[in-house]
Design a protein around this ligand. Structure first.
Ligand SMILES: [Zn+2]
Length: 476
């Protein structure tokens, strides 16, 4: 089934056709690294990860770029207020780059814990100032931007399609605009591409004097550098639609003359216990805070991907507990199948079991192809597990097919315990012992050793190349 996605730009569910057959270029607005990212930020990053994994499941080659904003993102998302990085730097009496480094590491660590696949690149804004200046120059040359003193602004009235993504017309925006304090701008909605501020801690030379870039130009410059001026998918949170993504379109399309992005995907807000998340309510949980409360990392991931991305999701501790139970069900089934696969019972694969596995994968794919219908996809997964648990008389080949099916599903969900590289030596030794026993056809010894490995909290799976891999068993 072909993939259908809701495109914020057209406000319709559309069939996804990549620009280049078999390949997808995808850009996700990443974190502004001035504090630890919270679960609300991660919901959006996880939706991008889910989509990327699903595109790969469908056999597409994805090039994924996620930026790191380490300068220029002002407190109110537009042209007012302090730079978020700078504010944190002043508060903590540190250098902005130190702040950026510290919180970038925190973000990467949490991403790893949540089993988010690393994008092909995490470009940093401060390392792409040249590309931004080049794009601003083009915009000035083409008449879309104007220079006042040492500042450069984008003239929104020059871009006919301004408002196409958010639905905000300039008339509406102007009617609701606050009294403009910045007398330099020609129109209240014009936004800064390059800003001059002698007090700003991060400064670069430019044709317009020393200054720093606006937040919006960062994503336009970095996406075009790594994905080209025209690419397939752009993701972000719904709070990015305006002004950030609206401005990205205006900049990129004016500079290149091409259609910037073909499909825009926006993840809706996360609520906590039915309430909006905010600093003042103290419910902006970070991943580490949830781990400190005893929740498991894969349950956090499961919980954050388990509802449709275009619905607000109500995150609760009870939901996290339910997620743990759901993962446990899958994990128990994997253990059962791993055991069955290792048994000596041989034979052909019964037709009904082959069908069960192939139907499961087809239905799972169909569900996610329908604008990432995750609830349906999860229901398919648990129906399959229920049926597998009933068929405990499976032979080794049948168990292998079932296991493969669950692994394929988990290549998208990413919630099962991943292979642990830190396998203790005693487990490795036991594995060697088992291998020797199997080579000598001492099946009883091999089985006993497997049981010993399991009793120590590990499972062992044979790989087609004659090796084996280990998984740590979920503690119960
Ligand atoms: Zn962005």
């Amino acid at each position: 089934m072909s993939l259908k996605l809701y495109n914020t730009l057209t406000r319709k569910i559309e069939e996804f056709t990549p620009l280049q057959q078999g390949k997808v270029g995808m850009y996700s607005c990443g974190p502004t690294v001035y504090s630890h990212p919270h679960i609300g930020n991660f919901r959006s990053f996880l939706v991008a990860d889910l989509l990327k994994r699903f595109l790969e499941f469908k056999g597409l080659k994805v090039t994924h770029i996620m930026n790191i904003t380490d300068v220029g993102h002002l407190v109110d998302d537009a042209d007012e207020g302090a730079d978020k990085l700078e504010e944190a730097a002043k508060k903590q009496k540190k250098d902005p780059l130190e702040i950026a480094k510290f919180y970038t590491e925190s973000f990467l660590e949490a991403s790893k814990l949540l089993n988010i696949k690393s994008p092909d690149k995490y470009p940093k804004a401060t390392e792409h100032i040249k590309e931004m200046i080049d794009m601003i120059k083009i915009l000035v040359d083409k008449g879309y931007a104007y220079v006042v003193g040492n500042n450069v602004y984008y003239d929104v009235t020059k871009f006919a399609n301004y408002g196409q993504l958010s639905g905000n017309t300039l008339d509406d925006l102007n009617a609701g605009a606050r009294i403009e304090v910045n007398q330099e701008k020609k129109n209240p909605q014009d936004f800064a591409l390059w800003k001059h501020d002698t007090k700003h801690l991060q400064q670069w030379d430019s044709p317009w004097g020393k200054g720093f870039p606006g937040w919006h130009i960062e994503c336009s410059a970095m996406s075009s550098k790594y994905l080209g001026a025209e690419f397939d998918i752009h993701t972000g949170g719904e709070d990015n639609i305006f002004p950030h993504h609206e401005c990205e379109i205006a900049q990129s399309e004016a500079a290149s003359g091409k259609k910037f992005v073909h499909y825009w995907l926006h993840t809706h807000f996360l609520l906590f216990d039915g309430e909006k998340m905010s600093k003042s309510k103290g419910n902006l949980y970070t991943i580490q805070e949830l781990l400190d409360k005893g929740f498991k990392k894969n349950a956090i991931r499961y919980s954050l991907i388990s509802s449709h991305y275009r619905q607000n999701y109500n995150f609760t501790f009870d939901g996290l507990k339910a997620a743990e139970q759901a993962i446990d069900k899958i994990q128990q089934c994997v253990l059962l199948l791993t055991d069955l696969r290792g048994n000596k019972k041989e034979g052909k694969i019964r037709e009904q079991l082959q069908k069960l596995a192939s139907n499961c994968l087809t239905e799972f794919e169909n569900a996610l192809s329908d604008d990432l219908n995750i609830s349906k996809a999860l229901a398919v997964c648990f129906d399959f597990i229920r049926e597998v648990n009933k068929a405990s008389d499976m032979n080794s080949a049948e168990a292998a097919v079932m296991l493969d099916t669950i692994n394929k599903i988990d290549s998208v969900l990413g919630v099962l315990e991943t292979i642990d590289k830190e396998v203790p030596d005693n487990i490795k030794e036991l594995a060697e012992k088992r291998k020797t026993a199997k080579l000598g056809k001492y099946w009883k010894i091999a089985d006993d050793v497997r049981a010993e490995i399991m009793a120590l909290g590990w499972t062992i799976e044979d790989t087609p190349d004659g090796g084996c891999r280990f998984k740590r068993r979920e503690e119960t």
